[in-house]
Write a protein that binds this ligand. Structure first.
Ligand SMILES: *Cc1c(COP(=O)(O)O)cnc(C)c1O
Length: 366
């Protein structure tokens, strides 16, 4: 492959000096867990995103579980979410002790809010909703909040793919319980390993999340809830803070420029382009083929042109063995069709213009 979906070697060439001096700083400090690096990174991340609190944890999966548990969602709770997502969304709901209830998506791949409204209006139990800002596209959370006002449920946003995303001038997670994000290396703010954070304006949620990530301690040796060991390491925090976060603004701009080039340049009657209703942070650039066979043919055509692509996601979370089997006859027709027809084109900050042009030319020549 000559055009990569992600180019981590180019990333390292760019950040090596900053990352190595961050590592040296941590090593020399003699303090490796929950210290000054995590505190400073949390403050800088919260400021970048535009919320009061960021709580660093071990992964995006944990950030969702901890956010739900901090809000009292657990045994017996029912949590609505989308089946078209990274499996971690559903797994976090299960790990919190709750039951995931899947709802179909719209044509962009986001939770279908009409369908959500029908479930609520039918009087079914819903304790929380986890909307996923899939591909970096933003779910209409204000509309969900209006429903929450009528029916009473908590909202925790899965912003693993949407750090820095806004709806109007409002950062995601700012008015709900919060937004969970991930520092998995491919994400828009990736670490050199695993990490995540809960972003929130709710001081009580932040406080509870800080306890849950650290054995449920309120103070040293005082365990008030059965928590986790889900601490963000000083090393990861230092690298994120000194090497990654300072580049995030420019990286998001570059993703936007590549997306605009694809939107302007790709023109093929069998390729449907994404149409985000609100500005996307373009973690992924999804295109949609007419059917599964044509999607596979497009992927093969691009592979032959040296272009690496991905599928997000080939199997719905609702169809995974690890979740309880749905009622017989339950289907998610739109999400299922997107799972069969979606293809993610390369979009990362180190993708040069000639490669963007080559992807467009290869698509149009299909
Ligand atoms: C990556 C991702 C997660 C999980 O994050 P990890 O840090 O890998 O645990 C959850 N939800 C979505 C939508 C993701 O893309």
């Amino acid at each position: 492959m000559s055009i990569l979906a992600n180019d981590f070697k180019a990333l390292w060439r760019d950040i090596a000096d900053d990352a190595l001096s961050a590592v040296r700083r941590v090593g020399e400090s003699g303090w490796y867990v929950l210290g000054e690096e995590v505190r400073t990174f949390e403050a800088e991340l919260a400021a970048f995103h535009g919320v009061e609190h960021a709580v660093g944890v071990a992964s995006g999966l944990d950030a969702i579980e901890i956010g739900l548990r901090a809000a009292g969602i657990g045994d017996g709770s029912v949590v609505l979410t989308t089946p078209l997502t990274a499996f971690a969304t559903a797994l976090a709901i299960l790990r919190a002790g709750a039951t995931p209830r899947f709802v179909d998506t719209d044509e962009q791949g986001l939770l279908d809010l009409e369908a959500v409204q029908r479930i609520l209006a039918a009087g079914e139990r819903v304790d929380a909703i986890v909307p996923v800002h899939l591909y970096g596209q933003v779910v209409d959370v204000p509309r969900l909040e209006t429903l929450a006002g009528t029916y009473g449920f908590a909202i925790l946003e899965d912003a693993a793919q949407a750090i820095g995303a806004r709806l109007g001038d409002r950062p995601v997670g700012a008015t709900t319980l919060g937004a969970a994000t991930s520092f998995y290396p491919t994400k828009n703010l990736g670490a050199l390993g695993d990490g995540g954070a809960l972003l929130t304006n709710d001081a009580a949620i932040a406080e509870s999340a800080r306890q849950l990530r650290d054995y449920g301690q309120r103070a040293k040796y005082e365990h008030v809830v059965p928590g986790l060991n889900s601490r963000l390491d000083e090393l990861h925090a230092a690298v994120l803070r000194s090497a990654m976060l300072p580049r995030l603004g420019a990286a998001l701009e570059r993703r936007g420029a590549i997306a605009n080039a694809y939107l302007d340049g790709i023109d093929h009657r069998e390729i449907r382009l994404p149409e985000p209703a609100a500005p996307s942070t373009w973690h992924l650039f999804p295109v949609f083929a007419p059917d599964a066979d044509r999607r596979d043919a497009l992927q093969q055509h691009l592979r032959e042109a040296g272009i690496q692509t991905g599928v997000h996601y080939p199997i719905l979370a609702s169809a995974q063995q690890a979740v309880p089997a749905p009622e017989p006859g339950t289907t998610y027709p739109v999400a299922q069709r997107l799972a069969e027809t979606e293809l993610s084109l390369p979009i990362h900050p180190y993708l040069p213009n000639d490669q963007v042009a080559a992807v467009i030319a290869a698509c149009n020549a299909w």
